[in-house]
Write a protein that binds this ligand. Structure first.
Ligand SMILES: *Cc1c(COP(=O)(O)O)cnc(C)c1O
Length: 357
């Protein structure tokens, strides 16, 4: 085995998917599994193929293409609003795409028509997180423009909260989405089949019966892969939690003063750091760094270890209060949040270790 290594618990991820699917089905919500965090990994995808996964969403077209080539033929959604430069390929591999620009929609329609296809668009509305989406008062005009196009059809409306500004899905903004859908159906005299109301964080609203009755699609990644909902700072009941673990090897162990010494410039990302004097500490370096993980999303499995920071290839730990003795060459293990998993999956330096049981 080489290190850093990522242990991936395939069965727990599968079970989470099936559980989430059942919970959603009981509420008449179609579950779209968001798989962008595993970087197109074939082994994880194959294990999902085995349980007949039937709706996936990825941000990267090349991953969707790969899954098509592995034999996946059910619904595929492009999760990131598309680039003009990828529309040609999009039409080949994708059933639905999120959309927020009419220029792109027109081009998409043109390309789809040329291939004899019709692509369903899910119009994204920005309800406060200020990432993708049209502003609510633009919706009606936007839909009217889409209706003129022949190579696309309105598959649904959607929103995404939490990911940029950390805005929580709540009764107010979710109700707003529902109201917008009703208004659009009335003014355009159409039926909008899909209300894609959000991501993992939106499951917090499952107790709101009136809202849930209107929502019929959720795009869920974190809840399935990690079993957590970081936006609402909770773990999801009945799911397996932290299904990815980072293993990193200790390469230096020394007592060092907690304060640096000398005149300070910037660290390697150009920031100035502050330190507090905690006296002499037992410090360690593990062989992993920003090229491999987001260190802010690492939770040491040995009690008492603190993650102090990382540079490109060094992970700096404080072991002073560690509950277990650690030696040079030991492997330390970390639970990981979504962002740390995302980066570890993407890093070619991290060995992937698939665990079935
Ligand atoms: C990442 C993403 C999701 C999934 O979010 P999770 O928090 O992983 O459930 C859903 N929709 C969009 C548009 C996304 O970018």
């Amino acid at each position: 085995m080489s290190y850093p290594r990522l242990d991936i618990y395939l069965n727990r991820i599968k079970e989470n998917y099936l559980k989430m699917k059942k919970i959603c089905a009981e509420k008449n919500i179609k579950l779209t599994a968001v798989i962008k965090a595993f970087s197109g990994d074939e082994n994880i995808f194959r294990s999902l193929l085995n349980i007949d996964i039937d709706s996936i969403a990825d941000s990267r077209l090349q991953n969707i293409k790969k899954f098509r080539e592995l034999g996946y033929s059910k619904e595929a959604v492009l999760l990131r609003i598309p680039m003009l430069s990828e529309i040609d390929r999009l039409v080949e591999y994708v059933d639905h795409t999120l959309i927020s620009e009419i220029v792109i929609c027109r081009y998409l329609s043109e390309k789809a028509l040329r291939k004899g296809k019709k692509i369903g668009v899910i119009v994204m509305i920005d309800l406060g997180d200020r990432r993708e989406g049209i502003m609510p008062d633009e919706l009606i005009d936007f839909l009217k423009e889409i209706n003129k196009l022949e190579g696309v059809y309105i598959e649904g409306l959607g929103t995404n909260l939490g990911c940029f500004a950390g805005i929580l899905p709540d009764v107010t903004n979710t109700k707003k989405l529902i109201d917008l859908k009703n208004k659009a159906e009335k003014e355009l005299n159409i039926k909008i089949s899909r209300l894609s109301a959000g991501n993992t964080a939106t499951t917090k609203l499952f107790g709101e019966k009136n809202l849930v009755a209107e929502i019929n699609n959720l795009r869920i990644g974190e809840g399935i892969l990690i079993g957590t909902d970081i936006t609402n700072q909770r773990t999801l009941k009945s799911m397996h939690h932290y299904n990815f673990r980072l293993k990193a090897e200790i390469i230096e162990l020394k007592n060092k003063p907690s304060l640096p010494e000398g005149s300070t410039g910037r660290d390697f990302s150009g920031r100035k750091k502050r330190f507090t004097d905690r006296g002499l500490r037992m410090r360690a370096i593990a062989a992993a760094g920003k090229q491999d993980i987001d260190y802010t999303g690492l939770y040491p499995e040995i009690e008492g270890i603190e993650v102090l920071g990382a540079s490109s290839d060094h992970l700096i730990l404080d072991l002073t209060n560690a509950e277990k003795e650690i030696k040079i060459g030991d492997i330390v293990s970390f639970k990981m949040n979504y962002s740390a998993v995302l980066q570890a999956m993407t890093s070619k330096y991290v060995e992937k270790n698939y665990i079935e049981g």
